[in-house]
Design a protein around this ligand. Sequence first.
Ligand code: SF4
Length: 314
Amino acid sequence: MKKITEDLVKKFYKLLVQCRVCPRECGVHRLDGEIGSCGAGSEVKVSSFHQHFGEEPPLVGRHGSGTIFFTHCNLHCVFCQNHEISQLGIGTETSLDKLAQMMLRLQELGCHNINFVTPTPWVPQIVAALAIAQKQGLDIPIVYNCGGYESIETLRLLDGIIDIYMPDIKYAYNKHARKYSAVGNYWDVVRPALQEMHRQVGDLVVDKGIARRGLLIRHLVLPNGLAGSKECFEFISRDLSKNTTVNVMAQYYPTFKASEYPDINRRITTREYREALEELQRAGLESGFRQTIDTLFRTIVPEWTDDLKDEVET
Ligand code: SF4
């Protein structure tokens, strides 16, 4: 992580004045207590922080990913599995110093990285806390774990601070993003955002089983082809890199408001998942993770693909 100066923190805080931290560009004065579309205000809100062993293996290693879950989100997915946190605002207002101490504590516990979950609305506050933690010895990789709906201006400011970008690519069709996540230009925004992330950090670098730097993309397969898996994979292969690490996720289930939308009111079938994997292969993307579905018990078991089977660091 590059040295975070006071000047740099000020540049981030300017984004909060007429808020343009994310592409929604609400224009509200966050520092003056105004609230925009995401629900985030001035003081950063955290729902939990802990060693997390459920993330992708190269993030988890032996000692876990040091995960900090932030409250609120700039996407409003009707099927969000964390809707209490992302949309109902469960969490606690936290001082910058306390946030920095959380990061240092996770490092002390041996975590292989600091993994910011849903950081997008809080980027300025997170960077300010990182500056404090950095002065006190934080030096493990920083993971930016987001929904992919990111502002290029904010991402450019993050250049040199983030080691591992872990965005979703949720939809290849704006109309589906509008209907299910309340953003009408997701596909237009996510592609340049992912290109900028890849420009900064490149393909995922895994050393002794631990991710050190790079881009890891998550794609959640939706029922009835609504995620546009084929188009997403073609974009990644053509415009990012054939070596991009992609986690194709099968764990969709209807929750929150999904029952109001017949097309997404069920799990995906084994066939739909297999078809997505075939599209991944056709696009020439071979680095990543796939999951096997036990159709009898409906459990999902993560499985390594060959190129990521490095021995996990002990
Ligand atoms: S971070 Fe929140 S308030 Fe700021 S532009 Fe995005 S949605 Fe609006």
